[in-house]
Design a protein around this ligand. Structure first.
Ligand code: HEC
Length: 84
């Protein structure tokens, strides 16, 4: 079973960086920004969100997997706050 971290590395880190801080100079926001709830994030990953038209959609990521990716974002968010 792939962990949330594995899936984040595979699907998300290329754009949002492994630490989740995004790539400011490319206009990619931090995936760890706390704007979106768990439910909204899962929907953004699997179905897209009209508020984020430039974010790719991943219909192949299962609901349970998207939950794990969100859990990993929570870990990254916590780590980021501790490092500030
Ligand atoms: C091809 C690059 C790319 C990939 C891959 C990608 N994203 Fe994004 N993501 C973006 C961009 C660009 C935006 C901003 C969209 C907009 O404003 O239209 C975004 C927005 C977001 C946001 C909202 C950030 C905020 O400021 O509220 C979250 C959360 C997010 N992405 C999570 C993820 C996750 C989780 C994955 C992996 C499943 C992922 N992204 C994969 C480019 C990417």
């Amino acid at each position: 079973m792939a962990t949330g971290k594995d899936m984040y590395q595979d699907y998300c880190a290329g754009c949002h960086r492994p630490s989740g801080v995004g790539k400011f100079f490319l206009g990619i926001p931090a995936s760890i920004s706390a704007e979106l709830s768990r439910a909204d994030t899962v929907r953004l990953i699997r179905e897209g969100d009209p508020r984020y038209p430039r974010m790719p959609v991943f219909p192949q990521i299962k609901f349970s997997q998207a939950q794990k990716i969100y859990d990993h974002l929570e870990d990254l968010r916590e780590r980021h706050m501790l490092n500030q």
